[in-house]
Design a protein around this ligand. Sequence first.
Ligand code: AMP
Length: 112
Amino acid sequence: MSDCLFCKIIAGEIPSSKVYEDDVCYAFNDIAPQAPTHFLVIPKAHIGSVSEVNADNSAVVAHIFEVIAKLAKEMGMESYRVVSNIGEQAGQSVFHLHFHVLSGRDMTWPPG
Ligand code: AMP
């Protein structure tokens, strides 16, 4: 989508701190980290949020979770949190599907 911030990051039109990339997804450090390690994993194809995941695109999500598990192992992350906010009330501010991966500090539950 032409007006999507994360599509522009994937296209290289907006700079980002790359963590990982393959044909399907892109991972980069969050610009406002909420933990010592905080990166985002996004599909290269535009999907608005988890609410737009369906039988036609869910393989992308499965792949992203494989990538998260692989990166966590490579980065030595034994404990971490994966979060996806859906909708403004839940805290979604960028409407391109993304999974936050957070690690490196104590975390509370339930979230605020
Ligand atoms: P959410 O609020 O769940 O939609 O998450 C969007 C995330 O994108 C926030 O944690 C922002 O800090 C992050 N973000 C916004 N702009 C950028 C950017 N240019 N580079 C990296 N992360 C960004």
